[in-house]
Design a protein around this ligand. Structure first.
Ligand code: ZN
Length: 342
């Protein structure tokens, strides 16, 4: 059990201990950063309740194999999300948010499902993904379910923002805290599973920043080319102070070809600025994400005032907050670039 999952050994140990002593709480809250594998751990825990061999998930019996994928919709209709989604196993389900909301309809559907006896397994397991996306109505509906748990139903709430949950919900769940995955573990994964050479593995692991999901999907060629573009933004903003060129970059960042990569590109720009800021503050080399181009960053950074870099990081953070409330992205990018170009 857990042998295919990278990192978070402490979580593995405590879940195994709970399973072996048959004291797994009926309500669990998996909290920790995005991309560290919380959902994969939840699925593995679910397997341990359906496995045909005994207490722990063997991973190879037909029941274990049937757990993992869920038939979740891709539709644009909110009502389509007012359901518990199952995969091939009728005792393991998931509710997911529609856009930024985990709908009350979905939680009510979960309440009904959670009262059923297991169809074939020892227990039923339901995963509540992005649990922090519940509004008050959904939270209150869930509280009702948490207050009267069926002994054969397990609920696993997943969140990267546990503080956004109602305290009454938090207090009814046992919290399991996930940590970022160590860089060396990610490097190992990249060399073994993706056949990266050691140098690329080191860069990809550093960029992934503790996230298994990112390490497993990162495309380094694409990353490097996006980074060249963002480096040119830095030159235009801090060295040449070329506002017309910056507005063209803002336009390009939001055009049809790049609009889906917007947040990724913004994150790359942010790490470049942060790296330069850290270098000026004599940080340890391990703290520099783009260590492979450190010389290039060192070459441009003497011309930039560190206060300007700090201010730019703040501007990027506030842009990100306003994006969460749906502002016009193109004009926000224009404004950002004009502000950081002093
Ligand atoms: Zn099994």
């Amino acid at each position: 059990m857990f042998s295919n999952l990278i990192g978070n050994q402490r979580v593995k140990d405590s879940l195994l201990q709970l399973l072996r002593s048959e004291r797994v709480p009926n309500s669990l809250l998996f909290a920790g950063p995005e991309g560290v594998g919380k959902k994969q751990f939840a699925i593995e825990l679910a397997r341990s309740f359906v496995c045909q061999t005994g207490k722990l998930a063997c991973g190879t019996c037909t029941a274990c194999k049937r757990v993992g994928l869920f038939n979740t919709p891709t539709s644009e209709k909110g009502d389509d999300y007012d359901l518990v989604f199952f995969g091939e196993h009728s005792d393991v389900g998931i509710v997911i948010p529609y856009k930024r909301n985990l709908r009350v309809g979905a939680i009510r559907a979960l309440e009904i499902q959670s009262n059923y006896r297991p169809f074939e397994a020892r227990a039923r397991v339901f995963i509540i993904d992005d649990a922090d996306k519940m509004n008050d109505a959904a939270s209150n509906a869930l509280l009702k379910t948490l207050e009267e748990p069926s002994s054969t139903t397990y609920l696993i709430l997943i969140t990267s923002r546990p503080d956004s949950l109602l305290s009454t919900i938090r207090s009814r769940c046992q919290m399991i805290r996930f940590a970022p995955v160590a860089e060396t573990e990610l490097e190992d994964l990249l060399v073994k599973r993706r056949k990266f050479n050691p140098k690329d593995a080191k860069l990809a692991a550093r960029i992934a920043n503790g996230q298994v999901a990112t390490a497993l999907t990162i495309d380094l060629d694409k990353f490097r080319s996006q980074r060249v573009t963002q480096l040119s933004v830095i030159e235009k903003a801090f060295i040449n102070v070329d506002r017309a060129a910056l507005l063209r970059s803002a336009e390009q960042m939001n055009d049809a070809k790049n609009k889906d990569l917007f947040e990724e590109n913004l994150a790359i720009l942010e790490t470049l600025i942060r790296d330069m800021w850290m270098m000026k503050n004599a940080s340890l080399p391990e703290a520099i994400r783009n260590f492979d181009i450190a010389e290039e960053l060192e070459r441009v950074s003497p011309e930039i005032d560190p206060r300007q870099l700090g201010a730019a990081l703040n501007e990027i953070e506030s842009l990100r907050q306003s994006l969460a409330v749906n502002i016009n992205r193109k004009s926000a990018t224009d404004a950002l670039f004009m502000k950081i170009a002093a």
